[in-house]
Design a protein around this ligand. Structure first.
Ligand SMILES: Cc1cc2nc3c(=O)[nH]c(=O)nc-3n(C[C@H](O)[C@H](O)[C@H](O)COP(=O)(O)OP(=O)(O)OC[C@H]3O[C@@H](n4cnc5c(N)ncnc54)[C@H](O)[C@@H]3O)c2cc1C
Length: 592
């Protein structure tokens, strides 16, 4: 049976040693009295118990049983209700929520470690509350005070859950096409009518109420994405005292049958004149929804890291125990019938690829979270603006690169098991199936790449990229920058800058260029960002090596592997980008 143990030592390494989180929190007044390094470690230890002992044991049974639909009533697999009740008793849903409405106000840098544990342990279970956290963020940023007072405390407590209702059968990546209608009512509410598909947790049996955030358009709204507004539509109407009232006119038409995350209910939701309340301004719903989508994008990125970590832990254990063949350099275990798999260089290639990508991803998710904390809490307005620009630039990379490398890692993890990786009982095939969706939902990875290159790099003439590049150069110039990794990082950065300049020059001449090369560009950027993370980690490891050779020596060997075996992927990506759009456009549509 697969097992999961939260990588606490590694999480503490990233939080405290690489990013000195405690010092940062001490200088941000909103966090100074709330959290310090010790509190964070205590929370992570508790989180490790909850994820390892409560949620991980339900992962496989949840996958085998799946969610059920019976005439509009949805039930989660056996054990989920009890686990959810225990989970919310611990106050985990509101971990990083606004304390003014019952959240615990913990920093995002801490929350991302917990999110990773959750996805490692049980992705399907996690999705029910991940959507709630994003829903809270959107309400906190855009809803009226009345709605916030009424809904946020019950969402943060986990008593109620949130959803995100964007997608319609004919409107996926292109939300401007959506047709769900919102008719203004005399009492200031709206009657919402339309059908949404693929709604995660649209109906379930875990919470007393479900709070749907629905994108819809008024009858006189302009066409396209500028005519979309955001509405809060509860499953049960809520009285001014918070008591649940009548059932709203909405229902779950069916559940999707899907490849993975089978215990997560993916619902068709029908709204038949359901009562909804405007969130934010009319016709500016998409912008308001982006508060939730950006949160969810980082979260879904972390799904990639979490699944990869779970796959890695099982693959290492298997590679140590399974005996096949002999090591190429000579027998390692003469007393046994064969050597363990872990001696074979090709198996080590797979394990090291997983390790380097997962630890690089963990560091990068913590870095993005640090920028989110600064954007929210820094006292200095310039520091806040800088952090916001970095978050905007790096969020599409986090979402797409974490999940692309997450799938790559899970496939390596499955391959380490040979045929047994294809068999259910080992859990590796479930991880491959569960992680795959993360490349698709929350905006496909292709759409993330277009966002990065078209909007975050091209649209502001590379200004945000320059900000990130300046930071890397400043790091490379410090005496602590690790050799030889710092100079390799610098050349990788120069390649990213040079290809970005080339793209800025060429895009005006070729309207198809951005769309043709955006995915390779995002990947190239991702490898450079991870090189920055690995150089940071190597700097700490070089300085601390004498105190713990096993731990810090492993960090340096993994950094060496990253720089020599993974970072060179940027050279082929660079060549593909420079090949431009022509090779994609030569074939006529009817020649496919
Ligand atoms: C299990 C699951 C859970 C989900 N949960 C939710 C949820 O909770 N709430 C919600 O609202 N939605 C949810 N979704 C929907 C999901 O976000 C969409 O499926 C996704 O955004 C893609 O939309 P689509 O499926 O319509 O694909 P399409 O938009 O039709 O895209 C098909 C392909 O074309 C590409 N493409 C599309 N447009 C362009 C373009 N302009 N340029 C280049 N390439 C393009 C895409 O990248 C993709 O590869 C979920 C989906 C699934 C499967």
């Amino acid at each position: 049976m697969p097992e999961y143990h939260a990588p606490l030592r590694d999480m503490r390494f990233v939080l405290h040693e690489v990013f000195a989180a405690g010092q940062l929190w001490a200088r941000l007044p909103a966090l100074a009295g709330t959290v310090d390094a010790e509190t964070a470690d205590a929370i992570l230890e508790e989180a490790a118990k909850v994820t390892g002992e409560l949620l991980a044991p339900l992962n496989r049974s949840g996958d085998e049983e799946g969610a059920h639909w019976d005439n509009g009533v949805v039930s989660t697999p056996a054990g989920f209700r009890e686990a959810y009740a225990t989970y919310i008793e611990g106050g985990w849903v509101g971990l990083a929520g606004n304390p003014a409405y019952g959240g615990l106000g913990m920093p995002k840098m801490l929350a991302v470690q917990f999110e990773e544990m959750l996805y490692s342990a049980n992705t399907s279970f996690t999705l029910y509350s991940a959507l709630t956290s994003g829903c809270c963020l959107a309400l906190d940023a855009h809803a009226s005070e009345e709605l916030k007072q009424l809904y946020l405390p019950r969402l943060y407590s986990g008593e109620w859950a949130g959803t995100m209702c964007l997608t319609e059968a004919h409107a996926g990546s292109d939300l401007g096409l959506l047709r769900t209608r919102a008719e203004p009512q005399a009492d200031g509410s709206y009657a919402i009518s339309g059908s949404k598909i693929f709604i995660t947790g649209g109906e379930q049996d875990l919470t007393a109420n479900i709070v749907h955030l629905v994108l819809a358009r008024l009858p006189d709204a302009p066409a396209g994405s500028k005519g979309i507004s955001l509405f809060l539509v509860p499953k049960f109407l809520v009285g001014s005292d918070g008591a649940l009232g009548a059932r709203n006119s909405l229902s779950c038409g069916s559940l999707e049958h899907k490849m993975g995350i089978k215990a997560s209910a993916t619902c068709v939701m029908n709204f038949d004149g359901a009562t909804g309340y405007l969130v934010g301004e009319l016709h500016k719903g998409l912008a308001a929804m982006f508060t939730m989508m950006n949160y969810e994008r980082l979260s879904i990125g972390i799904q990639g890291i979490g699944c990869a970590e779970a796959s890695y832990q099982n693959a290492v254990a298997y590679a140590r125990g399974r005996l096949q063949g002999r090591a190429p350099g000579g027998t390692q275990a003469p007393q046994k019938s064969a050597d363990p798999l872990i001696v074979h260089p090709d198996v080590r290639r797979m394990l090291l690829t997983m390790k380097a990508l997962t630890e690089g991803g963990r560091a990068f998710s913590t870095y993005v979270a640090q920028q989110l904390d600064l954007a929210k809490h820094a006292e200095d307005a310039d520091e806040r603006r800088r952090a916001e620009a970095l978050v905007a630039l790096l969020t599409p990379i986090a979402k797409a690169f974490f999940t692309d490398t997450g799938l790559e890692s899970c496939i390596h993890g499955q391959q380490v098991f040979g045929g047994h990786g294809y068999i259910r009982e080992w859990g590796q095939e479930q991880l491959v199936r569960d992680v795959r969706i993360a490349q698709i939902y929350e905006g496909t990875n292709g759409i993330q790449a277009l966002d990065l290159l078209g909007r975050k790099v091209m649209a502001n003439d590379g200004a945000a990229l320059r900000l990130f590049a300046e930071e890397i150069r400043a790091f490379v110039d410090t005496p602590a920058a690790p050799r030889p990794f710092a100079s390799e990082l610098l050349s990788a950065l120069e390649r990213l800058e040079s290809i970005s300049t080339w793209l800025l020059e060429q895009a005006g001449k070729d309207p198809a260029l951005v769309s043709a090369v955006a995915v390779e560009y995002l990947n190239l950027f991702g490898y450079v960002a991870y090189a920055y993370m690995w150089a940071h980690m190597a700097a700490v490891a070089q300085a601390s090596r004498a105190s713990n050779e096993a731990f810090y020596g492993a960090k340096l060997s993994t950094a060496q592997f990253y720089f020599s075996k993974l970072l060179p992927r940027i050279h082929s990506l660079d060549a593909v980008i420079r090949a431009g759009s022509a090779p994609l456009l030569e074939l006529a549509d009817d020649q496919f």
